[in-house]
Design a protein. Structure first.
Lengths: 176, 275
C-alpha cells in the first residue's frame, strides 16, 4: 500500500510539456568566461534564474551554448536539470530549493530513501545537499540566493565533480 | 573582518607597526596541470620588489594588473606585479611562485590579489587578499625571514614559514586547515593558533569544536535564516591592503597605486564586515 501511494504521488508530479517561460529584460553578455561570470555573480545581492542557469551550464559543460534564456531552459529541461513543473522567469531570483534541485541533478549524487522513491524535489534535494555540506543548515528552500552563496555552493559542486567530495575548508558543516 | 594568519616558526614577536607588507610562499606542487613552466631562477628585480611567477595554469585563469581595466588570460611564465588580481573559473587553477620563498596554488572559483611582495630590511613580506574561493599556500623560511599574511573578509592569517589550505565562502566564512608550521589567525581582537592538522573557521573554533559541528548538523527549519547567516550575504566591497576587489562587472578598482604608502598595520575591523 505504501509503495502504491508513493508511486501515485510521484506520478502526480508530472508537469507541462510547454512550461511558461518569461524572458528577462536584458540578456546576459555573450561568450562570458567562467571566471568572469563567477566574478560578476559574486556582486549580486540575489542571483537571477537566468544567471543561475548559465552557471549550471558552465559547471557541467564548461561553456554556455545558449544564446537566450529560453534556450537555456530548453537545454536544462532536456537534461532534466530543471523540472517541467516550474515556471521560468529570467529576472526572478533563483530560490535555494531550485538551485539545490539543479545541483543535485547535475552532479548525479546518490540520494536518500525519499529521493529514490519519489524522485528529486526542491525540498529534499536541499536537505540532501545540506547533509552533504553544500548548503548551510537552517535555511528554507524558498529563500533567495545571494551571489556569494551561489559561488560557494557551486564551488562545492565543482569540487564534488572533480574529486567526489567537498573539502572540509569549503564544507558548510564546519561553517559559522 | 580580516582573517590574518601568521606562522610562528621563525619569530615569536609580532611584526613592528611600521613594517611594510611583503612575503613569499614556497612552491607547492599542483596536483593537475596542463601547462607547466620549467624551473628557472628568478631574475633580479628592482630593489625591494620581488617577482611572482606563474608556474602553471589549468583551465580559465585571468588577471588584471594595477592600472588596467580589462582582464587578460594568464599563462605559464607570466610575471605578476603587486596589486595584480587573479580570478579562476570552474576546474581551473594557477600555481604562483613567490621568488624563492614558496608557492601558492590558487584553486578553482577563486579571486585573490597580491597586495605586496617585497623585501625590506632583510625581511620578505607578502600580503595576499582572498575574496572568495580557496588556495593552498606554502611559505618557505629556509632562505630567510618571511612575513606572510592573507586577508579574507572575516579575518587575517599570518605565517612565517608553513603551509595551509585557506578558503573563504560567502555562506560559511573562513576555512583554514594547517599542514605545516603554525598559523596565527586574527579576527577582531581574538586570535588563535592553528597547528599542523588542525582547522578553524570564522569563529576561530577549535578542531574538536569543528568535529562536533559535523556530527550535529543543523538542518533547515521553518523559521528561515538566523541573523548570523543573513549577515554575510550582503555586498562584499571591502578594501584590504589597498586592494578593492569588488568587481561586479569585472571592472573593479585598485584602492591604491604602488606609489601610495600601504597601511603600516592592518587593524582588523570590529565585528563582522558586511560582504
Amino acid at each position: 500500500m505504501l509503495l502504491l501511494a508513493v508511486a501515485m504521488l510521484a506520478g502526480c508530479a508530472s508537469g507541462s510539456l510547454n512550461p511558461a517561460i518569461d524572458s528577462p529584460a536584458v540578456e546576459l553578455p555573450g561568450e562570458e568566461s567562467s571566471a568572469a561570470f563567477l566574478d560578476r555573480a559574486s556582486e549580486m545581492s540575489a542571483v537571477s534564474e537566468n544567471d543561475a542557469f548559465r552557471g549550471i551550464l558552465l559547471l557541467t559543460d564548461g561553456k554556455d551554448p545558449a544564446e537566450s534564456f529560453s534556450q537555456r531552459v530548453s537545454v536544462l529541461l532536456e537534461r532534466k536539470v530543471v523540472s517541467d513543473n516550474w515556471t521560468f522567469h529570467g529576472d526572478r531570483p533563483i530560490t535555494r530549493g531550485k538551485l539545490a534541485y539543479m545541483i543535485y541533478q547535475s552532479i548525479d549524487m546518490p540520494g536518500g530513501l525519499i529521493l529514490k522513491l519519489t524522485g528529486p524535489s526542491q525540498r529534499y534535494c536541499l536537505r540532501e545537499l545540506q547533509y552533504k555540506g553544500f548548503f548551510a543548515g537552517q535555511t528554507t528552500y524558498y529563500g533567495n540566493v545571494s551571489g556569494m552563496e551561489y559561488l560557494a555552493t557551486i564551488n562545492r559542486a565543482d569540487e564534488y565533480l572533480a574529486t567526489g567530495s567537498v573539502p572540509s575548508v569549503l564544507s558548510t558543516k564546519q561553517g559559522r | 573582518m580580516l582573517l590574518v594568519a601568521t606562522s610562528l616558526q621563525a619569530q615569536t614577536t609580532q611584526p613592528a607597526a611600521n613594517e611594510t607588507m611583503a612575503a613569499e610562499a614556497n612552491v607547492t606542487k599542483a596536483t593537475k596541470t596542463t601547462k607547466t613552466l620549467g624551473e628557472a631562477a628568478p631574475k633580479a628585480a628592482p630593489a625591494g620588489k620581488l617577482i611572482v611567477t606563474v608556474k602553471s595554469v589549468t583551465g580559465n585563469v585571468e588577471k588584471r594588473a594595477a592600472g588596467e581595466t580589462t582582464w587578460q588570460p594568464v599563462k605559464a611564465g607570466d610575471k605578476l606585479d603587486e596589486f595584480t588580481i587573479l580570478r579562476t573559473g570552474f576546474r581551473s587553477s594557477a600555481e604562483l611562485v613567490f621568488a624563492d620563498r614558496g608557492t601558492t596554488l590558487v584553486k578553482s572559483i577563486t579571486k585573490m590579489g597580491i597586495a605586496k611582495f617585497a623585501k625590506e630590511n632583510g625581511v620578505v613580506r607578502q600580503r595576499l587578499r582572498l575574496k572568495y574561493g580557496s588556495m593552498r599556500m606554502s611559505v618557505d623560511s629556509s632562505r630567510g625571514t618571511i612575513d606572510a599574511q592573507v586577508a579574507t573578509p572575516v579575518a587575517t592569517l599570518s605565517v612565517r614559514g608553513s603551509e595551509a589550505v585557506i578558503a573563504y565562502s560567502g555562506d560559511r566564512g573562513l576555512g583554514l586547515r594547517g599542514r605545516k608550521g603554525t598559523w596565527r589567525v586574527a579576527a577582531g581582537k581574538r586570535t588563535t593558533d592553528v597547528k599542523p592538522g588542525e582547522s578553524t573557521n570564522s569563529d576561530l573554533a577549535s578542531s574538536s569544536e569543528l568535529a562536533n559541528m559535523e556530527r550535529s548538523l543543523q538542518m533547515g527549519d521553518a523559521y528561515g535564516m538566523t541573523s548570523s547567516e543573513i549577515q554575510p550575504f550582503s555586498t562584499n566591497r571591502r578594501s584590504v591592503f589597498g586592494i578593492n576587489l569588488s568587481t561586479g562587472s569585472g571592472s573593479g578598482q585598485i584602492g591604491t597605486t604602488p606609489s601610495e604608502a600601504l597601511p603600516d598595520v592592518v587593524k582588523p575591523p570590529q565585528g563582522i564586515i558586511p560582504l
